[in-house]
Unconditional design. Structure first.
Length: 257
């Protein structure tokens, strides 16, 4: 039993005394006094005015405008002073490069092979008309029971590449691929007329062959006339008309057969 009592005394033995408790109590009071002094100092600070003085409000400039009509300020220029206003902007079709007047003139030039071509207009890169004529040719062939849209666009692309390379070799002036595609596309209009005739009547005969030959000559003559006038290729119209006739002969084969 003496061993157990000695174990209890040793287990609960500690260095904390009553004097330490009194010191802790005095320290907490000191802390409270410090916080109390801080509150007193904070309460003694002057408060700022939440609202401005009436003199400041009276000295500001009064509003002279009307309701829904604010006063004009010279610091900010109006929209009319800017040069890029909506009235001065070009039309949307002109920005896209679509000119119906030039399209009509090119169409008339193709329909009349004897009419002299305007080189300034024909040298433009206008693909709106050629796309319409290629789509019309494919639609006429579709009405005739021939689905040849891929052949039409494929032969058009390859033919434009070949004619473009040939013209750059034959002429002194450089010609763009877009100009070649534009001229060949506009000259496809007589072939569209032939394909529309093939919707009603059959072209597999003597009459159809003669009509196809006439249309091929019509297309190639119009294209060579435009190329020689736009590129100043005097005396070379027949040389340009021959490869054009080969290209339009492929479209004639699609139309007839």
């Amino acid at each position: 039993m003496s061993n157990l009592e000695q174990f209890d005394i040793d287990f609960y033995e500690s260095n904390y005394t009553v004097n330490n408790q009194e010191q802790d109590h005095n320290g907490s009071g000191t802390t409270g006094s410090v916080y109390g002094r801080e509150r007193g100092q904070t309460g003694n600070k002057p408060q700022l005015d939440a609202f401005p003085h009436p003199e400041v409000l009276q000295s500001s400039q009064p509003y002279t405008g009307q309701i829904f009509q604010p006063a004009h300020s010279s610091e900010f220029p109006s929209a009319n002073t800017y040069p890029d206003s909506f009235d001065e902007e070009p039309p949307l079709l002109e920005e896209l490069g679509i000119n119906f007047d030039h399209i009509w003139q090119k169409t008339l030039t193709v329909l009349n092979p004897m009419k002299p071509a305007d080189g300034s207009i024909m040298n433009e890169t206008d693909l709106a008309g050629p796309m319409v004529f290629c789509l019309a040719l494919g639609a006429m062939l579709l009405l005739a029971g021939k689905v040849h849209f891929g052949y039409v666009y494929g032969m058009s692309a390859l033919g434009c590449i070949a004619i473009h390379a040939l013209l750059n070799l034959m002429s002194m002036a450089r010609v763009s691929y877009g100009c070649v595609a534009s001229v060949l596309g506009y000259c496809l209009l007589p072939m569209v007329i032939l394909s529309s005739y093939a919707v009603i009547f059959s072209l597999q005969g003597v009459l159809g062959t003669l009509l196809a030959l006439v249309v091929i000559g019509w297309c190639s003559l119009s294209a060579s006339k435009i190329f020689t006038s736009a590129l100043a290729m005097e005396g070379q119209q027949l040389l340009v008309a021959y490869p054009c006739a080969l290209l339009y002969g492929l479209f004639a084969l699609l139309t007839v057969f």
